[in-house]
Design a binder for this molecule. Sequence first.
Ligand SMILES: Nc1nc2c(ncn2[C@@H]2O[C@H](COP(=O)(O)OP(=O)(O)OP(=O)(O)O)[C@@H](O)[C@H]2O)c(=O)[nH]1
Ligand SMILES: [Mg+2]
Length: 188
Amino acid sequence: MKCCNPTETLKNENIVVEGEAKEGLEKIVLVGTPNVGKSVLFNRLTRSYVTVSNYPGTTVEVSRGKGVLGDREYEIVDTPGMYSFMCITEEEKVTKRLLFNEKPEVVLHVIDAKNLERMLPLTFQLIESGLPVILVLNIMDEAKRLGLKIDIEKLEEQLGIPVVSTTAALNKGVDILRERIDKYVNAA
Ligand SMILES: Nc1nc2c(ncn2[C@@H]2O[C@H](COP(=O)(O)OP(=O)(O)OP(=O)(O)O)[C@@H](O)[C@H]2O)c(=O)[nH]1
Ligand SMILES: [Mg+2]
């Protein structure tokens, strides 16, 4: 399947709200394919009341909560699974709209570390779209069990973005992720 330029698609769909002012707390949005642990990580990062509501004009549910990282409070947003910016499903369209209209401070692309190569194309699409991406290699427990070795420093160098490994189910690596997000935001 030929892949389109995601930014171009956005322009065509006329869903970028130019000059839209940011309101409320800065946002951290979790994105990624289904079943990679986005919601588990969302629960780790949010400590207060969480709201689940339909994205405006759709039946797609989006969860929002608050979380403190460093000395700042953020709105953390959990999105439904998406495979690409090609926008085939309603969930993918909603995630794409949300990413560009809500102007997140950080986008956490959560992937299953066991399927790194299969999941990196979406990382590239997110980076190419100019989004502030941090790559989260989740489910590291299973990747390690399979004997997979991932050179995180090299990956960071090649992608030019921060890369953090986590086992969200066991709350491992989540504190380091918090620190990296804080550092990333403060360096911006
Ligand atoms: N072994 C292992 N399992 C994990 C880890 N993180 C999440 N899981 C499991 O992976 C499954 C999917 O987790 P979810 O958080 O629902 O995944 P999701 O990305 O939100 O999925 P969608 O909402 O369908 O897009 C659950 O059974 C989790 O318990 C991890 O670090 N290690
Ligand atoms: Mg989920």
